[in-house]
Design a protein around this ligand. Sequence first.
Ligand SMILES: [Ca+2]
Ligand SMILES: [Ca+2]
Length: 475
Amino acid sequence: MKRTSHPIHRLWLTFVAAALLASCSLIHEFDRPIPDGIGSELPDDDSMDDGDLYDGLIAVLPADAGVSDAQATPMGSGVCPALGQRRGNVIELSADQVGTLPGLVEGAAPNTTIKLTPGEYTLDQGLILGADGLILRSTTGNRDSVIINGGADPQVGTVLTVTGSNVTVADLTIIDAHTHGIHVRAPEMGGPGRTGPLIYNVRVADSRSSAIVVDSQGAAYMDDGTIGCSVVELTPRGRMDTVNGCLMGGIVLSRTLDWRIHDNLVKGIFCEDDLALHGIHIASQSARTVVEGNRVLDCARGIGIGYYGEGEIMRPYEGSNCLGGDYVDDYDSLVRNNFVAANDPRLLTSTAGFQHGIGIWNACNTSVYHNTVFSPRAPTDAPIDIRYPSTTARLKNNLLSHGIRVRDEAAVTADGNLEDVPPSLFVNPATGDLHLKADSEAKDRGVELGVEAPPVDIDGDARSDGLPDPGADEL
Ligand SMILES: [Ca+2]
Ligand SMILES: [Ca+2]
């Protein structure tokens, strides 16, 4: 662990060149349990009755096609089962009826399911999902079969605004939002908060501001939600056209409690001439977020827990041990089993470059276990960057291509981390596949975490041999 701010640049030019030429399929055979995540869980068929959302899993889907999806967690796998179907009021709509969609969605009764048949739905206004229990999804379960197109149109703005409790958006794609692809927030300042949104098996591509945003209206909060098994990406087409400069991230949570962000692929959140927010950015007094099993590729900053160094205390959390009076930007969050990789030459040569894989800034009581961070050259900060005096973090069994950095009087407990490891440990680091090679030197070199040990790895493989492998992958 380093306490210097001057990382040595090591350029593996031969390796990078090979990386650019390499191609590989990252589709694996999956036979794995759903992990015991902290926070909200996906509904399953054991908990269902007429009052519940889902009553059984539909057929397992094939893995989606496409470059990004080849690096995403396959749908139908143990950690990303297909969502079940719900009984009750179902409305089916096709793309030639898109003109009726905004009114239909906004006027829907609670617990309505709106299903879209395959096709492209080009909007002339955004959709407001305000009814409790509303579900918007495709008929097929395949997220590539339905595209909701925001046209980068200011009239449309944000494509989906979720204001109800227990709203589900699933199995579809959103492209070219002028603002956000999905914005989740309680409907009114001073009104009651909302809970329980689920965003699942969704792809959000080329939003011109942060792709998925969850925040509050004053003290009306949106808590206890899940964003899982989804793809968020920014391609060169969207990157050249952003609306707030580079003030944007992939998945951005503010003042939220008890969210779970799991098994997503977040890719390409960077700008050529400025510094973007994180691919997964949890800040502004959020608490108890679990960020696990995600692949964060080619983002200027990978995963951020806490961000602001000072501010006004807007949302204190009763029951947290972090209420010392100083401003804290995040409480009691957990980051585990994530892959973060930065290889894209456009990112590495951008003005800001690759800053850090995981940033813990002004975050109290944060656990960072079993993550893998790789880049072929040293990050501007570090693979894990810990800062600000209110930060207390536990870093255990992380596997890192460079050294951890601790600064600004942050307090860290570290054990079992492997730093400055070579790319030869990994299956294909140049594509972000940070699984361990069978003969990897990292095997079995972590420390026992006891009750804090994640029960499974990024694949859903059990961590049961008593000899933890550092990083997100257990062999
Ligand atoms: Ca092991
Ligand atoms: Ca594994």
